[in-house]
Write a protein that binds this ligand. Structure first.
Ligand code: ADP
Length: 362
């Protein structure tokens, strides 16, 4: 029953392996007038091009003020782009009148950091709300509310009020409400940022089911790298209104190319010593401190040790960690190397031909 009502709509092209975008942004700029008279406008989005394909869980990450929320508000038409093109579900929305925008919005669900539930309505009435606004019959509303509450595991809370629920339960009501009208796209703006770690992982598992079982595409805005690591399939890193890096989550986490992404990644990736830790390592260990990075369990880790031993370099493992992202592993091992400097230089050059080598201190 659940599956039938939720069955993702057939999408032309998918069965032929052609990627189909649900959101397609091209050269989008959004600027706001300056708060000061005559001041320069605030450019919140500065030339963003982004394709989100059906079925993606697309994470948008960036520090506060990077432009993430503005990006989401552009997708659901709460803000109009200053220039550029935004196509949602095949409709160009940049110059769409508000009346037509409502139809586009009907296919987009949204959840928020502060849940945005009606405190004066019961859980069931909160979930019923978008269905009533959409003019569904009361029999249909009743059936759908029951189905949604069962999906999020809150059937027994139907008659409770939001104030009687925990944060995680409130967000589950938020998800039930957002999905009541069977949208194909869910926008999640810092949806787990107000939750403790355990509740966060419950909500993330629910969102993973929303994507996998219901076929809903999710755009996930967060400043929490861990959320991206556990849920997203693709990620875009925003900085100063631009997308500075994007791609497969494993690639961006294991080998960030942009300095801002690297800063984010280093906060959650195991095994990269911070500058303070490097100083401690240097004080504690003799020799040159070198980090070797490995991806996907290739043979190069064993080769590093073989190469060092063959060159007569003594090594000691001083720092390290292995990370798992959706079943793929990468890691960083930091060694203190002692021996002849020229021999170390030459072996590091050799190792650099098959592994990533970063000398962090010498
Ligand atoms: P984030 O969600 O990444 O924290 P925002 O999208 O909220 O970033 O904001 C991006 C930039 O745009 C910030 O500099 C912010 O101050 C500015 N901004 C956002 N909304 C408005 C607005 N309505 N008026 C003026 N400036 C805004």
């Amino acid at each position: 029953m659940l599956r039938r009502l939720f069955a993702p709509r057939p999408v032309e092209g998918i069965e032929r392996g052609i990627p189909v975008s649900i959101v397609s942004m091209t050269d989008v700029v959004k600027s706001y007038p300056s708060a000061q008279k005559g001041g320069a406008p605030v450019v919140a989005i500065d030339g963003v091009t982004l394709e989100v394909e059906r079925g993606d869980v697309y994470g948008i990450i960036g520090y506060s003020g990077a432009g993430k929320s503005t990006l989401v508000r552009l997708v659901n038409g709460l803000e109009k782009a200053t220039s550029g093109s935004i196509v949602v579900n095949g409709t160009e929305i940049t110059s769409l009148p508000e009346r037509s925008m409502r139809a586009v919005r009907g296919d987009i669900g949204m959840i928020f950091q502060q849940f945005n539930l009606f405190n004066s309505k019961t859980v069931a009435r909160n979930v019923a709300y978008p269905l009533e606004v959409a003019g569904r019959s009361s029999a249909e509303v009743t059936a759908r509310v029951a189905e949604m509450l069962a999906f999020v595991g809150l059937s027994d809370k139907a008659k409770n009020y939001p104030d009687q629920l925990s944060g995680g339960q409130k967000q589950r009501v938020g998800i039930a409400r957002a999905l009541a009208t069977s949208p194909s796209l869910l926008l999640a703006d810092e949806a787990t940022s107000a939750l403790d770690p355990e509740t966060t992982s419950e909500v993330l598992s629910l969102l993973a089911r929303v994507n996998r079982e219901l076929g809903v595409t999710i755009i996930l805005i967060t400043h929490e790298m861990d959320v991206i690591r556990s849920l997203a399939t693709k990620v875009a890193v925003m900085d100063g209104g631009r997308i500075v890096e994007r791609g497969d989550v494993f690639d961006v986490f294991s080998q960030p190319e942009n300095a801002a992404s690297a800063r984010f990644v280093s906060t959650v990736v195991q095994g990269i010593p911070s500058p303070v830790e490097v100083a401690t390592l240097k004080a504690r260990h003799e020799g040159r401190i070198v980090t070797f990075s490995f991806r996907d369990g290739n043979a190069s880790q064993a080769q590093v040790f073989l190469d060092l031993a063959a060159a007569g370099i003594r090594f000691e493992l001083v720092y390290g960690g292995i990370n798992d992202i959706r079943g793929r592993a990468f890691g960083h091992l930091t060694l203190a190397l002692t021996g002849d400097d020229a021999a170390i230089d030459s072996v590091l050059a050799r190792i650099a031909t098959h592994s990533e080598v970063t000398e962090v201190s010498r």
